[in-house]
Structure formats: C-alpha cells, structure tokens
Design a protein around this ligand. Structure first.
Ligand code: MRU
Length: 353
C-alpha cells in the first residue's frame, strides 16, 4: 500500500493550540499559537483555519482554552458556567454555515452541563476536544475507504475548494477519498479548480496534492464544463458544510454549478462528508444560512496587493451555495454511502444507526 504524508493543520500542546496559517499557504508555512479562546475565534473568522470539520475541532479547543482562562477567575460553578456560555456563544458566532461548528460546541456544552467541579470539567473538556480531533481523522479514513470502493482502477476526479487534511483534523473528506484510492493503488488524476474568490483549490488543494505526489491539473473554475464535454473528467467529488434532511447540500460557492454540469454530462457527482455535517433539524437547503463575506475578496487578488475591479463596483460574495439533492449521485459518509439522497433514504440511513 502506498504511504501518504500525514499533513495536520492543528496541534494541541496541552496549553495552547497551534494552527497552520492557511492564509499564507502555499508560499509560507507559518504557525500561529493561540492561548486564548478569543485568538481561536479570530483565527476562524480570519480563515487562519477553515473547512467545516476543522473549525468544529478548533472551536472545541477554543472552549478548553476559555475554560482554562476562567479557572481561578470564576468564584464558583454557577459563575464559571455562565461565563463559559458567553465564550461558547462567541465561538458559535464566528461562521454561520458549517454545522460541524455547532455540533462540536454542543458536545462541549454537554460536558459543561454534566459537571459541577470546575477542575473536573476543565479536564473533561480537554479530553472531549482531543477525542473530537481523533475521531475526525478516523472518520475521514472511513469516508476515504467507502469512497474509494466506488471508484474504478483509473479515474480523473474533479474536486472543488479544499476538503483535505487542511480542512479537517487530518486526511480529509473528498480529498480523503482521493488519498484512500491512491493508497489502494488506483490510478488517480485530480482536476483542481481554483475556487474563486478565496482560491482554496489553487492555494491549498494543489499544495496538499503536490506534497504527496498525487498527479493533478490546476484549472480555472470556468474550465470545468469544457473538460467534462471533452470526456476528460470521470467523476466529481466535493465536500459539504451542511446537509439538510432531504440531502440538499451547502458547500463552497461554485459547487452547485459543478453539479449541474455533471448532470448535463452524465458524470457521477459525489459529496463526501461525515455524519456530523448533517443537520436533520432542517427540511431542505432553503433553511441553510449562507455566509456573505467581505467584498474585498472579489475586488482584489487574494494577496490583496492588486485591485481587479473599478472603484465603486458593487459586489455579491456568498461563500457557499446549495446543491439540490437531485443532482447528487451519493453522499459518502463514515457509515457508508447514501445513494440518491433524499428525505426517505437519509432518514432510513440514520434510523439504522
Ligand atoms: O470557506 P471554507 O474554506 O471554510 O469552505 C470550505 C468548504 O466549503 C469545504 O468544501 C467544506 O467545508 C468541506 S471541508 C472537508
């Protein structure tokens, strides 16, 4: 079996959280050290760390740092709990779309509510954050395994945004499927689209694939349809930020367009996501909050030193779109693949658990 490099975007030291600054990649590998929950919250807002599973893991460590900051400051459990709730709310307000953030914070809140001794709670929170991180890597390996089984011995996979080790605690979701297929000896080529405006494809996915020697072509977003029409792409695999009860899936802006193009060209379109990305409390994608980001991301090149539009240009910059479930061939999770996702298949899948 081919060995794949173990890229990690975060490291918990016991006292601080080290984050690989993804804004600097691929040109520089710099780490930021967070010792406070506010540092973690800002790191999520400012895209030091991004990707649905990664922000969940990092927010969990943010709660641990916040709880440690309160030790000694809070006079009793009631005060500690009230102050920690404010911290949890601050972390929850960093980004609205990826449900993994709220899922991880819910797990941390359960620990806070179950305890009464402050130092025991702090210890239990740390244990929980570490287990969220470890479980994420295990989950991604299982997603990779189930996804790789769907692929033939030779595939040309188009992927969007960055769903790799950098977007998770390690290994990745959609890119985890690529990794697993390569580990199994399949002949995989990846088409990486740039993913305007934030360029997660060009900067991050290309960087990860390069580190591992997995063959890829970088293309601009607008080239995808053309390569599909030429028969050069055999399959599309993307990640997800939130999957509604009926299978509608929010993911990086541009995913919806790719799903329409894949349908038009009869190419399988897979979503790879952990079950923690499902939000069964909402009926459809209409209810998913879509983050609107700073217009400067569209008005300037990523490195911010050159403006590419006239002054006064009005901008819309939704960070995500919703792919209707009808366009999705299957959702690859750590518990198996949901083929032709819809409310019935999804509810049945979760009832089996
Ligand atoms: O804005 P980002 O970079 O956080 O968006 C990331 C994505 O849309 C990913 O595709 C998604 O979070 C899945 S990551 C495994």
């Amino acid at each position: 079996m081919k060995r794949i490099k173990d890229i990690r975007p975060l490291k918990w030291t016991g006292k601080s959280l080290l984050l690989l600054d993804q804004r600097k990649l691929p040109l520089k590998e710099e780490w930021i050290e967070c010792t406070t929950y506010e540092c973690v919250a800002k790191a999520i807002e400012d895209m030091v760390v991004r990707g649905a599973p990664a922000i969940g893991v990092v927010a969990a460590y943010g709660v641990v740092l916040g709880a440690k900051e309160l030790t000694g400051e809070a006079k009793n459990y009631v005060e500690f709990k009230a102050k920690l709730e404010v911290i949890v709310n601050r972390l929850a307000a960093t980004r609205p779309t990826a449900v993994n953030l709220f899922w991880a914070l819910r797990r941390m809140k359960k620990i806070i509510n179950a305890g009464s001794d402050i130092s025991d709670i702090v210890q239990a929170l740390e244990t929980e954050a570490i287990s969220i991180e470890r479980q994420d890597v295990e989950t991604n390996r299982k997603i990779g395994y189930f996804g790789a089984e769907l692929l033939s011995s030779r595939e040309v996979i188009l992927t969007h945004c960055n769903t790799g080790a950098l977007a998770t605690a390690g290994y990745g979701t959609a890119l985890g499927v690529v990794r697993a297929a390569v580990e199994l000896g399949k002949e995989i080529t990846v088409f990486v689209d740039e993913t305007r405006p934030y360029l997660q494809g060009a900067r991050l996915t290309a960087w990860e694939l390069q580190q591992e020697g997995i063959p890829y072509y970088l293309i601009t977003d607008s080239m995808a349809g053309w390569f599909m029409s030429l028969g050069e792409i055999t399959c599309v695999i993307v990640g997800a930020d939130r999957v509604a009860r009926n299978g509608d899936t929010a993911n990086k802006i541009g995913t919806y367009t790719l799903s329409v193009l894949a349908k038009e060209h009869g190419i399988p379109f897979y979503v790879a996501a952990p079950t923690s990305t499902f939000d069964l409390s909402i009926d459809s994608g209409v209810e998913i909050p879509i983050e609107e980001r700073n217009p400067d991301e569209v008005l300037y090149c990523h490195c911010r030193d050159c403006r590419i539009a006239p002054y006064g240009a009005k901008v819309k910059n939704p960070a995500f779109d919703v792919t209707p479930h009808e366009n999705i061939t299957g959702i690859i999770t750590e518990k198996g693949v949901i083929v032709s996702p819809n409310e019935e298949t999804i509810v049945e899948f979760f009832e089996k658990e």
